[in-house]
Each structure stands twice: as structure tokens, then as C-alpha cells.
Design a protein around this ligand. Structure first.
Ligand SMILES: C[S@@+](CC[C@H](N)C(=O)[O-])C[C@H]1O[C@@H](n2cnc3c(N)ncnc32)[C@H](O)[C@@H]1O
Length: 278
């Protein structure tokens, strides 16, 4: 039985029909923490009971929280506890990779899982990756864990995310191939070294796009993330074409992919670009 149906059966004597309709259809799981996104206000009195039901239903879950929002370019989530243990730190395992994180400080979007998997497959042996928005290693760590010939440089300016990145590099035993860099990627991204640049944050600016170009050595890939309204899925194409006119490199758009629904009106997209600098 689907979660919503199951909850509706459990709550049928306690809620009216409108409230039953607004019960959540699902939650994300990071490590052993279940995360609900924006529980409807009309059922807020039942949150604790809802959390206890999830703890009963799923033995792998030890904590249930609600994520209300994310703040600033640090993407700090606003979390409130609903049920279970009083902690927000956990270890999430995916693609043989161990991510230590605190869900009250860091977002690790399950909606980006497909992108994490596709990068593992796309990368060729001996590549050098530049992850300009490294966070805790979300996109770049699984590539290194799954291919021992890859090296990565990851830039992160949030001290808390950076500390977890260092922990995760050690936990996954890639410290000889993963070089973390603390700072603003506009100033700290190394130049002329990478075969592939990950721009895994959809709020990046033109200065950061130029840093991505400068990070590439000779030629290579840029994976550029952005948000677009559903009616304007060609927005990244327009943006890249406008920038290309001011840049003396050959920039080819190879693919524009939908990663996930971001909001009722917006998609999170990834544009794959191949750049030749000569
Ligand atoms: C959305 S998270 C990265 C998510 C990850 N790429 C993924 O797909 O799951 C964006 C990260 O970029 C970092 N960031 C944003 N602006 C930055 C900047 N100018 N320099 C370095 N890091 C930055 C934030 O602190 C945050 O950890």
C-alpha cells in the first residue's frame, strides 16, 4: 500500500476529509533520517504522531524531521524535529560512497541521485575533476570512489560543509586523489588543469562560469546546473550563447537535461558543454 493511503487509513478517525487529502505522499531518506518537506499546516497538530508512525513502519529510520526551506547560497536547510532520536547527524551511503553530514546544516538532494550516478558513468579514466561547488563531496566523491584513476579538486566556502568534505575524503580513503580547497570559487578555483568542471549549484553567476572555463586545460566538459521555468527550458541555451559571444573559446552545448522538479513552476536542469580553448 502507498504511504499516503496507509496514513489515510491510520488517521481516518482523527482527521476530516480535507486533512486526509493533505497527508504527505512521501519523504526522503538521508542515512537513517526521514525528511518530510513542508507538511501542510492543516495537519500540523498530528506531526508527532505521523513521525511515530514512520518510525514504526520503517525500522531503518531513527529520526524524523521536517525541512521547511533552504537559506542563502550556503543552501542551509531549516529543519525541525518531529520524532525519534534528538540528533541530525547521520551517514548516508550511496554508490559505495559514505557521506557524513548533518541534515540541519547540509542538503544532499535525493533528486540529484541520477546525476551522481550518470557522472560516475560519463567520466573517463585518468580525468581530473574540478568540483566548483563541492559541498560535502556530493557529486565528485562517488566518481573517485568508483574509479581509482580519477583525481579531483573540490572548492567549498561554507566551513561546515568543508569540514564534512574533509571527513568524507578520509572516510572514503581518497585523500591521495581528492584535494579540498576552502574559499570562494571566484577566487580559489585553480586554472588550466581540469578535464571536467562540475558547476552543481543553480545560483552561479557569470564570473563563476568564466572560472569554470579557465579551470579547463585545453578542452573538456562543463556540467552547468540552473533553474528554469517550465515554459522556458531553453533559458540555459540562451545564457550560454550570450556568454559565448564574449568568450574566445569554442563552446558547444551537447545536452540539456532535467534533473528534477524544483517547484511547481521550475525545473532543475543540467547543461553539458564541451569546450575547446584553441
Ligand atoms: C547545492 S550545494 C551543492 C550540491 C551538490 N553539487 C549536489 O548536486 O548535491 C552548493 C554548494 O556550493 C557552495 N557554494 C556556493 N557558492 C559558492 C562559492 N562562491 N564558492 C564556493 N562554494 C560555494 C555552497 O556552500 C554549497 O555547499
Amino acid at each position: 500500500m502507498k504511504l499516503k493511503q496507509r496514513l489515510q487509513t491510520t488517521f481516518q478517525d482523527k482527521m476530516n476529509s480535507k486533512q486526509l487529502e493533505r497527508l504527505p505522499a512521501g519523504y526522503s531518506i538521508i542515512g537513517d533520517i526521514a525528511i518530510f518537506h513542508h507538511i501542510d499546516e492543516s495537519i500540523s497538530d498530528y506531526k508527532e504522531l505521523l513521525g511515530d508512525i514512520i518510525l514504526d513502519l520503517d525500522p531503518k529510520i531513527s529520526v524524523v524531521v521536517e525541512q521547511l526551506n533552504t537559506l542563502t547560497s550556503y543552501r542551509k536547510p531549516i529543519i525541525s524535529r518531529i520524532a525519534g532520536e534528538f540528533r541530525t547527524k547521520t551517514i548516508h551511503r550511496e554508490f559505495k560512497t559514505e557521506f557524513h553530514l548533518d541534515v540541519a546544516e547540509i542538503t544532499l538532494s535525493p533528486g540529484n541521485k541520477g546525476e551522481r550516478e550518470s557522472l560516475i558513468q560519463k567520466v573517463e579514466n585518468n580525468e581530473i575533476i574540478c568540483d566548483m561547488f563541492a559541498c560535502i563531496g556530493n557529486l565528485s566523491l562517488p566518481i573517485l570512489v568508483n574509479n581509482p584513476s580519477i583525481t579531483a579538486y573540490g572548492v567549498e566556502w561554507n566551513q561546515i560543509a568543508y569540514n564534512f568534505l574533509e571527513t568524507n575524503i578520509k572516510a572514503n580513503k581518497v585523500e591521495k586523489r581528492y584535494y579540498p580547497i576552502f574559499g570562494d570559487n571566484r577566487k580559489s578555483t585553480p586554472i588550466n588543469f581540469a578535464t571536467r568542471v562540475l558547476m552543481g549549484y543553480f545560483g552561479s553567476d557569470e564570473a563563476q562560469f568564466r572560472c569554470a572555463l579557465e579551470a579547463l586545460k585545453g578542452e573538456g566538459w562543463i556540467h552547468y546546473h540552473s533553474l528554469s521555468s517550465r515554459e522556458k527550458l531553453n533559458e540555459p541555451e540562451k545564457y550560454i550563447k550570450r556568454l559565448s559571444k564574449t568568450i574566445d573559446y569554442d563552446i558547444e552545448i551537447k545536452e540539456i537535461r532535467r534533473i528534477k522538479k524544483f517547484s511547481p513552476k521550475k525545473y532543475h536542469l543540467c547543461t553539458d558543454l564541451y569546450v575547446k580553448k584553441y
